[in-house]
Design a protein around this ligand. Structure first.
Ligand code: NAP
Length: 285
């Protein structure tokens, strides 16, 4: 038997439809969710991401501003822009596209974003709120993973989830979210001994490592749900995940493809955070 596919593209479209309906409800009350995206420098991949975010805003009826700044922009100039956006009423979410040029400290920039406009969920206060279970704007890729699980009937409650990778942007927050959803969570990383054996304990296996096709069939318990966050470019130009899809799909119960799994969810969750922030600002339930 082959795994059922967790179709991130379809689920992402489903959520965007829900967001569109919410935006119409807000527009009737003269509220338009607004997102500011800031790009410093000429990084080719970042330019594509920023274009996609602006397009998502247009498609969903959001107000958006894209600030394209030269690579020579100083940290003070960038902080001044963020300060202005923090105070701008038409903007409910601020996203600074990472990575930044080396002369700018990422931490100083993230810390400068107003917590209630932190739609990336990277601000230390947002991270703390996630940790203690307070209402927070959640980081986009990890919350996308949870949506994929829930919308395919794979409720994490009572399951054993194993997360491979402990980065601040994926591994740690996805582990906290799974815990919040009442999974029993094992976090693993490059120093975990017997990793295939640990992974094989998982009912839900979330992989965010950045090593192409690391996870093989013998890492997966038959019937397990496998969520592949990885996005790696092979020498032939093809995109692939951290899971060896062809090897694992015959044993898994559910699996996300790459592309078309977690990837499409990230921008959608960014839009959902911006909507949430707009609703909060205007006291709309
Ligand atoms: P990262 O910051 O490089 O973290 C990688 C993590 O994997 C680290 O915790 C590292 O362990 C662990 N690791 C590395 N090699 C390992 C191995 N052989 N065995 C076990 N653990 C290993 O990466 P990231 O930012 O979390 O991203 C992970 C992947 O997700 C990348 O492919 C990235 O492109 C992708 N991604 C996708 C999206 C999306 O929208 N779909 C968003 C973000 C990231 P140590 O801590 O011990 O070094």
């Amino acid at each position: 038997m082959s795994a059922r596919i967790i179709d991130g593209k379809r689920i992402s479209e489903e959520i965007r439809e829900e967001i569109k309906q919410e935006v119409e409800r807000l527009l009737a009350r003269d509220v338009r969710p607004g997102l500011a995206v800031v790009l410093v420098g000429e990084d080719a991949a970042s330019q594509v991401y920023v274009r996609n975010k602006a397009k998502a805003c247009d498609d969903l009826g959001f107000y958006s501003e894209v600030h394209r700044l030269p690579a020579s922009t100083t940290q003070d100039e960038l902080l001044a822009l963020i300060d202005r956006l923090n105070g701008q009423a038409s903007i409910h979410g601020i996203l600074v596209q990472l990575p930044l040029p080396k002369h700018i400290q990422e931490k100083a920039v993230i810390d400068a974003i107003a917590v209630d406009k932190d739609v990336d969920g990277f601000h230390p206060v947002s991270v703390g709120n996630l940790m203690i279970g307070d209402d927070a704007l959640l980081p986009c890729t990890p919350s996308g993973v949870i949506e994929l699980l829930k919308r395919t009937g794979n409720d994490p409650a009572g399951k054993h989830a194993v997360v491979i990778g402990r980065s601040n942007i994926v591994g740690k927050p996805v582990s906290m979210l799974l815990l919040r959803e009442n999974a029993t969570v094992t976090m693993t990383h490059s120093r975990t001994p017997n990793l295939p054996e640990v992974a094989r304990q998982a009912d839900i296996l979330v992989v965010a490592v950045g090593v192409a096709q690391l996870v093989k069939r013998d890492w997966v318990k038959p019937g397990a749900v496998v969520v592949d966050v990885g996005m790696n470019r092979l020498d032939n130009g093809k995109l692939c995940g951290d899971v060896d899809y062809d090897d694992v799909a015959p044993v898994a119960g559910w699996i996300t493809p790459v592309p078309g799994g977690v990837g499409p969810m990230t921008i959608t969750m960014l839009m959902q955070n911006t909507l949430k922030s707009a609703k909060r600002t205007h006291g709309i339930a």
